[in-house]
Design a protein around this ligand. Structure first.
Ligand code: ATP
Length: 257
């Protein structure tokens, strides 16, 4: 279970040019929401809305400037180690060890999470089969395609059987077969009572999977609720139209949640 309260995060970025001034970017501005066990929560919003920053804070990778968040009751700042043990996180696929094979990457991560070697190997073998990775499992990751890296990273994030799973655009770069498998895995996690938070720009995927939606824009929460509640709130028939309406209202300063 995820709880977030009034999370804020700013970044200082330097600007090129004759004045070389630095500028503050507000990535998150008081975002709060909950994601329950046994549910799939979709995190939506346009490019630069703050989704990745929010997920990185929940994943204990980045510290918030203000507000708090808990994973299964463990504070992501004060008790980050305990929070991390309960989490499976798919960020991007860059953190893989290129010299290790896909299987070794998955097993190694399981052991880093405290698993016995045999248990990690068994879990890795199961995930390799579920994700259809048999042909690449024993190749070193160096030279993997984007989709092959994503599959390896996804398996790595699930190897220790985490209660809460955070997936940043999990089907990004996957072919249709792997996309379908990943969606089925997300549904299977829900069926096992896990809490799943995932971001996506694919409305068809969001409609097919999500029990609840959290919509952010310019670092602020603009709406949250079940897909039906979001449709009712926007007065539109499809999620894509609802999102456009809510984002349009936000731009006009009409919708503030
Ligand atoms: N490390 C950083 N340094 C400077 N600015 C950052 C950093 N991380 C995020 N930002 C800025 O914070 C804002 C939110 O970025 P974030 O990556 O969270 O958005 P997003 O919703 O995930 O976008 P996308 O859908 O494009 O992936 C953006 O304006 C981004 O440029």
């Amino acid at each position: 279970m995820i709880n977030a309260q009034a999370l804020g995060k700013r970044f200082m970025v330097s600007q090129r040019g004759w004045r070389r001034a630095s500028q503050e970017v507000v990535a998150l501005d008081g975002v709060g929401f909950s994601a329950a066990d046994g549910e799939i929560t979709g995190l939506l919003g346009p490019n630069g809305a703050g989704k990745t920053t929010l997920m990185r804070i929940l994943a204990t990778v980045v510290k918030p400037d203000s507000g708090s968040a808990w994973i299964d009751g463990h504070d992501v700042v004060a008790d980050a180690r305990s929070a991390r043990r309960r989490l499976g996180v798919l960020g991007d696929a860059k953190g893989l060890y290129p010299r290790l094979t896909a299987r070794e990457n998955i097993c190694y991560f399981g052991q880093l999470q405290g698993m016995e070697r045999q248990a990690a190997e068994a879990a890795a073998a199961r995930l390799i089969e579920e994700l259809g990775m048999q042909r690449i499992a024993d190749r070193s990751v160096e030279g993997f395609s984007q989709g092959e890296r994503m599959k390896t990273a996804l398996a790595r994030s699930l190897v220790h059987g985490p209660q809460t799973v955070i997936l940043d655009e999990p089907t990004n770069g996957l072919d249709i077969l792997a996309t379908r498998t990943t969606r089925e895995m997300i549904l299977a996690l829900k069926a096992r009572g896990r809490c799943v938070l995932f971001s996506s720009h694919i409305m068809q995927e969001v409609e097919a999977l999500c029990d609840r939606l959290v919509i952010v824009n310019h670092g602020r929460l603009i709406a949250s609720g079940t897909p039906t509640e979001i449709l009712d709130q926007s007065g539109r028939d499809t999620l894509e139209d609802a999102l456009m309406t809510l984002l349009g209202h936000e731009a006009e300063g009409v919708t503030r949640a």
